[in-house]
Design a protein around this ligand. Structure first.
Ligand code: GDP
Length: 599
């Protein structure tokens, strides 16, 4: 174990970098390229493979970036890249209320431009207030491109033909335009003066390495300029980190992969970890780092280390980690009061917890961070949540969802989780809808589509059972039968006449029921209804023509008060304009007598 007492206690840690972007835009390739270049440029062991992350030290960055990075201008030790790209790991990796990554690269394919997950990533970056730059990737695919391996962008850009250059410019400006549509002021990175106000766009190729020197230089510059203070940590202090993953590891049992962003963790530390049911307090059994490639033999892929300072990715083997949650905080106790540390971990966990309501949908996600991202997105979509938990969709989730009064809420939304077999069966029996996806916005879209469909179906059934307004007139010389029933020719002025509905006539504003429609014929054929503009003959049971009704009389379908209310308040936008007109006229008549009719 190193002697921490003789070391300068404050030191600058490595900024943590995350890579985000739409699928297939080149996130993995870009990380591979950076790691690959680092291996080539550096002496053996110059880059350190961490658990879940790769550290690229300043001198390696400087040799990749050439004259773009003079190591004397920097005192940050390098960059720590999180190995798993994508916003899923980004949202998982959180620290004290924010994103764990200090800085992000948003990868956008120059040909494909902005895509749904690009927008989702932007949204997440904005919410977490994470500074980022845009890597406009795959510039080598611009037709006619002449690749200059690993060249800085300026040199390779100058070496292209005018046509190629203007093609690339076009794509880049489109990306800048897209960013501005999302209210990010952006420009090509060499034109950006203030990276806090403007997003820098760096053209790159993860395939040829072109622009990678610029990308590293911009990241280094941005971190040094704007993040130096946040990087000052007490490197000898008790470590603080976040659980990246909970994993079974042969020979070690359940382990947690963590990213440490403050202080140090030692092999004899006691740690406090956020757990599903209870906060876990346990003693570290081993700290594990990946063995350098050359040394991998049969025994273990890992080597034990005594101490690791932030920022670092490390595997921790300890008893009782089975219920640790990905995304939960980890804190080292060391010489502090255990109770205080437990309190801190619990407070942090509580701050991530999702607010739930009395009624709503059930939400499951694989990590705390993604659960929180789901909750944010659902809040924006105004979908209430009754229960939100980390874990696979289980039968008890179905039980909770099935008790919702509102069919719209008899639903479970699962992000990046499995549906357990018995839960699936149960959901079918209980008629609970289960939505599961790996993209948040798609998940919410699917749910919203289901709600729309449900609402449409509900309105259709309401409409089917509701009496529709109609105003019609008996045509002169169209009495086919005087009574029992009276059969007259009518023209429908507005609305829809339906069979078996009552007919009223207004005496002034006083409605008088004259009878009931017992048959409608259009050109000799029996029909169930007649729409505005149609001329039909109707059989009306009750009145006698010449007594209760006369030719040229204006008649109305009688609308029960309750139906009038539903039509006006819930279905006004569903019914045709002429029907609405008939309804309003009918309501006016009723309300001139009784102002509260149908309210
Ligand atoms: P991810 O899903 O964002 O991680 O994307 P990948 O890194 O897996 O890349 C998707 C595909 O694009 C792969 O076939 C890569 O080889 C290819 N690709 C990535 N970057 C580049 C690039 O700069 N140029 C070219 N020509 N292909 C690329």
């Amino acid at each position: 174990m190193s002697d921490s007492d003789t070391r300068d206690p404050t030191s600058l840690r490595t900024p943590i970098v995350a890579v985000l972007g739409h699928v297939d835009h080149g996130k993995t390739s870009l990380l591979d390229k950076i790691r690959g270049s680092a291996v080539i440029e550096g002496e053996a062991g110059a880059i350190t493979q961490h658990i879940g992350a790769t550290a690229v030290p300043l001198d390696v960055i400087s040799s990749i970036a050439g004259e773009l990075v003079d190591p004397d201008d920097f005192d940050l030790p390098g960059l720590l890249f999180i190995d798993t790209p994508g916003h899923h790991s980004f949202t998982t990796l959180r620290s004290r209320g924010g994103a764990l990554a200090d800085i992000a690269i948003l990868v956008v394919d120059v040909n494909d431009g902005f895509q749904p997950q690009t927008l989702e990533a932007l949204d997440i970056l904005q919410r977490s207030q994470t500074p980022f730059i845009v890597a406009a990737n795959k510039i080598d695919t611009v037709p006619g491109w002449n690749a200059n391996e690993d060249s800085p962008i300026n040199a390779t850009y100058e070496a292209q033909s005018d046509r190629v250059r203007s093609r690339l410019d076009e794509s880049l400006y489109e990306i800048i335009g897209n960013l501005s549509d999302e209210e990010f002021s952006a420009d090509l990175y060499w034109r950006v003066q203030n990276f806090q106000r403007n997003v820098g766009v760096v053209p790159v190729s993860a395939m040829t390495g072109e622009g990678v020197p610029d990308l590293l230089a911009v990241m280094m510059g941005l971190s040094q300029r704007y993040m130096k203070e946040e990087m000052e940590i007490d490197v000898t202090g008790p470590g603080v980190g976040t659980v990246l993953e909970v994993k079974d590891e042969k020979g070690f049992g359940k382990t947690i992969d963590i990213v440490l962003y403050d202080g140090t963790i030692r092999a004899d530390d006691t740690i406090v970890v956020g757990g599903t049911n209870e906060t876990i307090v346990t003693d570290v059994r081993a700290l594990l780092q990946p063995r350098p490639l050359a040394e991998i033999r049969t025994e273990s892929r890992f080597e034990k280390v005594d101490e690791v300072p932030a920022a670092a990715g490390i595997k921790v083997a300890a008893p009782d980690l089975g219920e640790a949650i990905a995304g939960a905080p980890v804190r080292i106790v060391r010489d502090r009061e255990l109770e205080d540390v437990i309190e801190e971990v619990e407070a942090e966990l509580a701050s991530i917890a999702v607010d739930t309501e009395e009624e709503g949908v059930v939400v499951k996600a694989d990590t705390l961070g993604s659960l929180e991202a789901m909750a944010d997105a659902l809040e924006e979509a105004e979908v209430p949540i009754v229960r939100a938990e980390v874990g696979d969709i289980a039968p008890r989730d179905v039980s909770v969802a099935s008790t919702a009064d509102d069919t719209k809420q008899q639903a479970i939304l699962g992000f990046n989780v499995d549906v357990l077999d018995d839960a699936e069966q149960r959901a079918e029996i209980e008629d609970v809808r289960v939505f599961s996806d790996e993209v948040i916005y798609q998940l919410i879209d699917e749910y919203e589509e289901f709600v729309d469909e449900l609402e449409r179906a509900q309105q259709d059934t309401i409409l089917e059972n509701i009496i529709r307004p109609a105003r019609f007139r008996i045509l002169p010389d169209h009495t086919f039968r005087q009574n029992d029933p009276a059969v007259v020719g009518v023209e429908v002025n507005s609305g829809t006449i339906q069979n078996n509905t009552n007919v009223v006539k207004f005496d002034g504003n006083e409605p008088e029921r004259v009878g009931q429609i017992k048959g409608i014929q259009e050109q000799g054929e029996d029909v169930d209804e007649a729409r505005a503009g149609n001329r039909v003959s109707v059989a009306i049971d009750g009145p006698t023509v010449g007594r209760q009704i006369e030719e040229d009389d204006e008649l109305w379908t009688e609308i029960p008060e309750k139906h009038g209310k539903i039509l006006e308040q819930e279905l006004a936008s569903e019914i045709p304009g002429d029907e609405l007109e008939a309804l309003n006229m009918y309501l006016d008549k009723q309300r001139s007598r009784d102002p509260f009719w149908g309210k």
